[in-house]
Write a protein that binds this ligand. Structure first.
Ligand SMILES: C[S@@+](CC[C@H](N)C(=O)[O-])C[C@H]1O[C@@H](n2cnc3c(N)ncnc32)[C@H](O)[C@@H]1O
Length: 328
């Protein structure tokens, strides 16, 4: 049922009729015959030795059922936003908090099985919070080259009486080998200049040092670091917002995708949720594949993908530049 919502509230919701209409576009990997993607053809008979084609498809499926059927050596970028180590309901399916070592065991039940899908040049990003991060680092280091830990500021969050307000999350950046794509110029950040130093130009006039003067103000283009403070967690007035409880910002995915893939590359997200990875990949000219257990979330992803055709913009990313929060 769609809730009544205020006019300025742009949260994307689905009616039962929309879910019924969108559902046939979802794929599912099945033994021997693979029928993924939007081009579902019930008569299609794929030879068992042929790999399923994951191009631009959303699989409505439990990850554990899909894992043994995924194609090998095809993925350029794997973005993983798994349930964190806390008790959380995803539309009725509850993930339960466990000890750090049990969480590490759970990671090891699926992560190694995803690795054969990767090309030797692929990158892998895995999200977590401070409770999950220790186990993530330990498990990822067993299987991949750990390259960095990005920390991003979530300005949303509740204050606590006896602890620090939880305002940050991590994303572990790993690669399969020492050969991988990284495009630093694609993810530079445009920041307001705090201290506008000038140096003498050729004709003796004072020129901006490493910054630009524009009608909108003074800005500097800075290299993206592993501390991201320019993101806004989706909320009710943003068109990308849905009721998914842990939806990531499209801008976050845009940074990962632009830095670690090239146009036409295949981006896989095995815990797709509301489809943020697929939407950002589509907007940036990459191929995408996502796996999600919940029907409503899968259909939200499909609807967001339809909207991406009409509005390919990503909030906070304009003319090929990432803008600092509230700088636009
Ligand atoms: C942290 S959320 C991902 C949110 C997503 N990044 C977004 O922006 O919307 C994790 C998702 O994984 C899904 N999930 C959990 N266990 C799963 C499983 N075994 N197979 C498939 N999906 C699963 C949940 O339903 C949830 O939507």
């Amino acid at each position: 049922m769609v809730k009544q919502q205020a006019q300025r509230n742009r949260t994307l919701r689905l009616t039962e009729a929309e879910i019924a209409q969108l559902q046939p576009q979802l794929g599912r990997l099945v033994e021997a015959v693979a029928r993924p993607g939007v081009e579902i053809d019930s008569e299609m008979d794929t030879a068992p030795e042929q790999q399923p084609n994951l191009n631009n498809c959303i699989l409505h499926q439990d990850l554990f059922a899909a894992l043994p059927l995924l194609p090998q050596g095809v993925v350029d970028l794997l973005f993983i936003d798994p349930p964190y180590n806390l008790t959380k309901s995803f539309n009725g399916q509850c993930f339960r908090e466990r000890s750090p070592s049990e969480y590490a065991d759970w990671l090891n039940t699926w992560l190694p099985q995803l690795l054969p899908t990767l090309k030797s040049t692929a990158s892998v990003y895995v999200c977590g919070d401070w409770r999950s991060s220790g186990a993530l680092q330990q498990v990822l280091a067993q299987h991949l080259f750990l390259r960095n830990r990005i920390t991003w500021e979530r300005e949303k969050g509740r204050g606590a009486q006896r602890n620090w307000k939880n305002c940050s999350e991590d994303i572990w950046f790993c690669t399969v080998s020492n050969q991988y794509t990284f495009n630093p110029e694609a993810v530079r950040l445009k920041r307001r200049v705090q201290a506008p130093y000038r140096t003498a130009g050729a004709s003796g006039d004072r020129q901006p040092k490493d910054w630009m003067e524009t009608l909108q103000g003074n800005f500097r283009l800075t290299s993206a670091s592993n501390l991201w403070t320019d993101l806004t967690v989706p909320f009710w007035s943003m068109p990308e917002n849905t009721d998914h409880p842990t939806q990531k910002p499209e801008k976050l995915l845009a940074k990962v995708i632009l830095a670690s893939s090239n146009p036409g590359d295949l981006v896989l997200d095995p815990f797709l949720g509301s489809g943020t990875t697929a939407v950002a990949a589509k907007k940036l000219g990459r191929r995408f594949a996502g796996i999600e257990q919940d029907l409503m979330y899968c259909c939200l992803a499909l609807k967001r993908l339809q909207f991406a055709d009409q509005n390919p913009g990503i909030q906070g990313y304009v003319d090929g530049i990432f803008w600092d929060r509230n700088a636009l």
